[in-house]
Design a protein around this ligand. Structure first.
Ligand SMILES: [Cu+2]
Length: 111
């Protein structure tokens, strides 16, 4: 229990200065406000399970759900979103939390 709490506190603490810096300097493209929740996260496809509609991603920080970088599995909102993705693809994606599930609501190849 205790290590989890410490990890969570660290994640929250680490996210705050990053956000302040982002807002302070003003991103060149996205003008403030809604950006923090809708900004796509970076990831790399490690595995795709088209029959279950899940994708294993190694992802960077996901600000919208306050999650640090890790490798984990996500459900796709629509299994067809796996489309032409393949292992090793670099992607940009957005995530929505529904109960205990994290659902990928959009995913596309990053260039
Ligand atoms: Cu994660």
């Amino acid at each position: 229990m205790k290590p989890l709490l410490i990890a969570f506190a660290f994640a929250v603490g680490a996210a705050a200065p990053a956000f302040a810096q982002h807002a302070g300097h003003g991103a060149p493209k996205a003008p403030a406000a809604a950006a923090a929740t809708s900004e796509p996260a970076d990831g790399e496809v490690r595995r795709i399970d088209k029959s279950r509609g899940t994708v294993l991603l190694r992802h960077g920080e996901i600000k919208s759900i306050n999650m640090g970088a890790m490798t984990m599995s996500f459900k796709l909102k629509d299994p067809a979103m796996a489309g032409d993705l393949k292992e090793g693809d670099k992607v940009k994606f957005t995530v929505e939390q529904k109960g205990d599930d994290l659902i990928i609501t959009s995913i596309r190849k990053a260039n």
